[in-house]
Design a protein around this ligand. Structure first.
Ligand code: UD1
Length: 420
């Protein structure tokens, strides 16, 4: 197993480029199930979750070819309808095949994702929506078995909670359904918007893109002709690198990004005292003498993303005063707290709120990655700590960050991937 070794204290400089968004790439790959053509996808991030999704498409009978930096996905001859436990257990986002497989084949089996490190993460809202569109759902032997032999019908779906992959599943199902589907309280994340834009370019009429209420006019079962796609930049990767530069009191640029997708994050960095020069597709961040404490409450887009909470906690540990971080989306997304405390952070947890005392002097230590974003918080802490940090179980990081150690090494970090 690999681990990361970081010698803290190195200043970062220069420019780090952001890769394509993992969370945009996964629904795009799922949407190829709706296509009758081979789909060219550029800027697909080289991360484990994307590789797993490509493998899933191949297991379903599709093919994936790499060509001049792009991936061409052909799902026209797809015949399989089962997303197996072996795949789903490594990647919950496999649930994204539910809507498109059901809409295309009138039947599918998707292994039911279990709970995960950050919470129970049920998929009840996905299932209720499919039922409302006419599917019969049975859970047996750990699998969701969905059937809609006469196809799916447009209807009104009112989500109790804003769910990102739930909205994406319904959007893809609705694109092939008969008639109009109205989605109320739909997620508005940029990744959801890109999915909608791709579908409109394929001829599906969608009203309300980027708002919480969509109306989608389905093709009535006819497969779509998807356009060539370039995956949007990863806003969480961009935010993570900004935090890394901030933590090391350095001046450097994060490029190939979409600043308008991370306003909630850049606003917090400004509040903490950092100077940000925001250009059309890059941000240069400069250090501050004194890191101000902050208050963060995670919420749906355009609010502060839960996927950036852990990285800000590492930074807040070094602020000159007490900060508060309240996690509103997931019930157990504080696994990084214990590891940050091992490095010298002073953090008290009460329910879904973390109180960070600040003024910590972080020291390198052996720490354990527990989930994807918790792992990146440990990298940030390690970069700012005195001495050596070894982060174990970095397969979590590899799920969502492309060549993290190479990219950080490229801007001056002393970081290496080693074998246990
Ligand atoms: C997606 C992102 C993940 C991010 C999260 C929140 C992908 C692949 N993953 O995850 O990185 O952290 O959004 O921004 O895009 N819920 C239910 N029932 C459901 C579905 C969701 O109760 O059927 C709850 C969840 O437990 C959670 C909340 O709704 O409390 C939001 O979750 P959701 O937006 O669905 O997260 P994911 O789509 O799984």
């Amino acid at each position: 197993m690999d681990y990361l070794q970081i010698n803290g204290g190195a200043k970062l400089h220069g420019n780090v480029a952001v890769s394509g968004s993992k969370n945009a790439a996964l629904p795009i790959l799922a949407a190829t199930i709706l296509a009758k053509n081979s789909v060219r996808i550029a800027n697909l991030p080289r991360v484990a979750d994307v590789r797993t999704f490509l493998k899933l498409i191949e297991l379903l009978g599709g093919s994936c070819a790499h060509c001049e930096g792009e991936v061409v996905v052909s799902a026209d001859r797809l015949c399989g309808t089962t997303a197996t436990y072996e795949i789903v257990k490594t990647m919950r986002a496999s649930i994204l095949t539910l809507g498109p497989l059901l809409a295309r084949f009138g039947e599918c089996r998707v292994s039911l994702p279990g709970g995960c490190a950050i919470g129970a993460r049920p998929v009840d809202l996905h299932l209720k929506a499919m039922e409302k569109m006419g599917a019969m759902i049975e859970i047996a032997e750990g699998y969701i078995h969905a059937k809609a032999p006469k196809g799916l019908n447009g209807t009104t779906i009112v989500f109790d909670k804003s769910t990102v992959t739930g909205s994406e599943n319904v959007i893809m199902a609705a694109a092939l359904a008969r008639g109009k589907t109205r989605i109320v309280h739909c997620a508005k994340e940029p990744e959801v918007v890109q999915l909608c834009e791709i579908l409109t370019q394929s001829g599906v009429e969608i009203e309300g893109i980027g708002t919480s209420e969509l109306e989608i006019d389905g093709s009535g079962g006819e497969l779509l002709e998807l356009p060539p796609i370039s995956v949007i930049p990863d806003r969480i990767e961009a935010g993570t690198y900004l935090c890394a530069i901030a933590m090391t009191k350095s001046r450097a640029t994060v490029s190939n990004m979409e600043p308008k997708h991370i306003v909630a994050v850049t606003d917090k960095l400004t509040e903490m005292g950092f100077d940000l020069q925001i250009q059309s597709d890059s941000i240069t961040i400069s250090p501050t003498e004194r890191i101000n404490p902050i208050e963060i409450v995670t919420s749906e887009y355009p609010g502060f993303p839960t996927d950036m909470q852990a990285q800000f906690m590492a930074l807040a540990a070094c602020a000159e005063g007490g900060s508060i971080i309240e996690e509103r989306l997931f019930e157990n997304r504080f696994m990084h707290v214990g590891e940050l405390v091992r490095m010298g952070a002073k953090i008290a947890l009460k329910g879904n709120t973390a109180s960070i005392t600040g003024m910590a002097f972080l020291n390198g230590a052996d720490v354990m990655a527990t989930d994807l974003r918790a792992s990146s918080a440990l990298v940030i802490a390690g970069l700012g700590a005195k001495g050596q940090t070894r982060i174990h179980r970095i397969y979590h990081l590899d799920r969502g960050y492309e060549r993290l150690e190479e990219k950080l090494g490229g801007i001056g970090a002393d970081i290496a991937r080693l074998k246990e």
